[in-house]
Structure formats: C-alpha cells, structure tokens
Write a protein that binds this ligand. Structure first.
Ligand SMILES: Nc1ncnc2c1ncn2[C@@H]1O[C@H](COP(=O)(O)OP(=O)(O)O)[C@@H](O)[C@H]1O
Ligand SMILES: [Mg+2]
Length: 231
C-alpha cells in the first residue's frame, strides 16, 4: 500500500466568468502521506477552498488529476465521484452546513443512509459517533438549538460516521471564538490520531497550524512547504 493517500498532479482550476476566465491556480502538485496532518494557510481569496474542493471531489479540476489511494478520483461520472467521496472522504466546512430541519442524529446518520445502510443501523452508528464528539445528549436537538461549537462537533461526527480515511476541513474553527475553536481543534486532533486519519486543515490561524506536521502556504497560485512552523 502506498504511503501517499492523496496526490494532486498538475492541478488547475479556472472559473469561467462573464468578464473573462479566472485562473485560480495551474500546475499545482501536492501530496498527503498516510497519517499525516497538514495545514494549508494563505490569504483570503488565494484559492484554498477551491483546492480543498478539488482534493475532496466536491468540484472538478480544469486540468490535472487527483489520486485517492492511487485511484483517479475523477475517472468516473459525477455520481461515481460522489460515491467515492461518501466512502473515503470526510468534509468539514466553516459554516457547518447541517440540515436545519433534521436533528443531530439525523444529520449524522444521513451519509450512512445515502450509502444504503438501513435506518436503524444508521441511527445506531450515528449515536455512537455523537458519543465520540461528546454530544449524545443533543442527539434530538436541531441545529438552531445548538451553539456554534456544538454544531461543528455534529458536523465532525457526520464527516467521520462513514469511517473515511481522509478528513478535509475548511477553516473548521473560523466562525468560533478562540476558546470554542480550540476545543473543536482538540477534538479534530484527537480523532485524527485515534482513527488513523490523514487530514488537511485549511486555517488562517497560526496557532492551529503549529499543531500540524506540515504547513503549506498558498500564494499566487503556488504551494510552498514551510520549513518551520509559522511564528
Ligand atoms: N464558484 C466560483 N465561481 C467563480 N469564482 C470563484 C468561485 N469560487 C471561488 N471563486 C474565486 O476564486 C478565487 C479563490 O477563491 P477561494 O478558493 O474561495 O479562496 P480562499 O478559500 O483561499 O479564500 C477567488 O477569487 C474567488 O472569488
Ligand atoms: Mg475559503
């Protein structure tokens, strides 16, 4: 088994806009080793979310390839890409993206049911995952009844309920105050270790980046590996 769980080769993304094409980056190479925890930093608008969306199969690149466990993520139709994503990749967003009409339990159980797991088993596993993020007592609450930190913990449970090997988090603490954010960060670090994940954290926060094994700086369409953690 390769120790590179995620590889991007000559990746490029161009958004067609009415005023002309916007080329966010091109020829970008990146790799994530098994068990590695990498931070991606960079100024707002530089393309961090765009990159993470390509690495996680949420959007298609204009050029280049993404290999997950050595397999071309975009080889198939959109439905197949979504199926690979559902099985192998957990995504956490800055703004949680929980379904407002659903309880925590339903939100966490949803990816399992999409993957064909019977409802009863899905809820059983979802409850186990809520337990792991310390929110079993909020299983029947809706997102509007939860704090920001709790909503993000539900989102983390949802991201990991399918036991993916890869966790991609886009500024997961960006909407939280420092103390709450730190608690969410510790949870992510703990789950990364305990579940043997390979993870990428996009963050603006240098303190958070210092917890990571590698720190990349995205700048004008290129990725630079920082040799020492940001101070
Ligand atoms: N869906 C889209 N359509 C057109 N332009 C986009 C889209 N998403 C992002 N952009 C543009 O691409 C650039 C990079 O955005 P983004 O990846 O969100 O940056 P970051 O996450 O680093 O703040 C920005 O100029 C942004 O306006
Ligand atoms: Mg972003």
């Amino acid at each position: 088994m390769s120790d590179r769980v995620l590889v991007a080769e000559s990746l490029g993304k161009t958004y067609p806009l009415p005023k002309g094409d916007l080329r966010v980056f091109e020829g970008l190479d990146f790799e994530l080793g098994r068990g590695e925890l990498a931070a991606i930093m960079g100024a707002s608008g530089v393309g961090k979310t765009t990159l993470l969306n390509l690495l996680g199969g949420l959007d298609r690149p204009s050029e280049g390839r993404v290999l997950v466990d050595g397999e071309d993520l975009f080889a198939g139709a959109d439905r197949e890409v979504a199926a690979v994503r559902n099985r192998k990749i957990g995504f956490v967003f800055q703004v949680y993206h929980l379904l407002p009409e659903f309880t925590s339990l339903e939100n966490v159980g949803f990816p399992l049911m999409i993957g064909g797991v019977p409802k009863k088993e899905a809820f059983h596993r979802a409850l186990g995952m809520l337990l792991e993020v310390g929110l079993e007592d909020k299983a029947h609450s809706r997102p509007s009844q939860l704090s920001g930190g709790e909503q993000q913990r539900v989102a983390i449970a949802r991201a990991l309920v399918n036991a993916p090997r890869l966790l991609l988090a886009d500024e997961p603490t960006g909407n939280l105050d420092w103390k709450t954010g730190e608690r969410v960060l510790r949870l992510v670090l703990d789950l990364h270790e305990r579940k043997g994940l390979s993870s990428i954290l996009v963050t603006h926060n240098e303190k958070i980046a210092r917890y990571c094994h590698k720190v990349y700086m995205m700048e004008a369409g290129t990725m630079k590996l920082l040799t020492s953690p940001p101070s």
